[in-house]
Ligand binder design. Sequence first.
Ligand code: URA
Length: 210
Amino acid sequence: MTEHLTIVEHPLVQHKLTLMRERDTSTASFRRLLREISHLLAYEVTRDLPMTTRTIETPLEEMEAPVLKGKKLALVSILRAGNGLLDGVLELIPSARVGFVGLYRDEATLQPVQYYSKLPADLPERVTIAVDPMLATGNSSAAAVDLIKAAGATDVRFLCLLAAPEGVARMKDAHPDVRIVTAALDRRLNERGYILPGLGDAGDRMFGTK
Ligand code: URA
């Protein structure tokens, strides 16, 4: 059985993540690092995609060459911070279909409130990767995956930059079949639901809204 949680311990991922965590890293650098790191995380989350072969001709001879099997992937960005990961993942998988789920966190209850959902029509036939940089309480992530599964997706993966143990446990409970790929598993959440040591508010840091 596939691991529920994969931590990408590659030195480049860990180095870039450290730069992103630092409070004085600028918005421009944060964005560039997020794009670079998302390529490396996308590489890991797609590692086991089904393959087939196709007959092609090289300049020298014919060969049976490996290609991805089935329909193109679907990516679902959990707004708004998911868009930061989405951009980089799309550079690696440019033909993916893209959906968006809008959820904000009620700061008092920490529960997700849905305000938007637009998903590709044929999710049952596509491997679907939900992207959100921060797996914190796991409440919005689990709610987003609920929506994605309700639209028919059966092979769903979750890609994030940082995860808290609380969020991983919540996702494992709600969606044990969904593999989580992350760059790090941090210590815990604080009383406001922020990941410690974390990197702060990912949306604010990538969009410069604070
Ligand atoms: N969302 C963020 O952007 N940061 C956290 O630490 C937790 C949730």
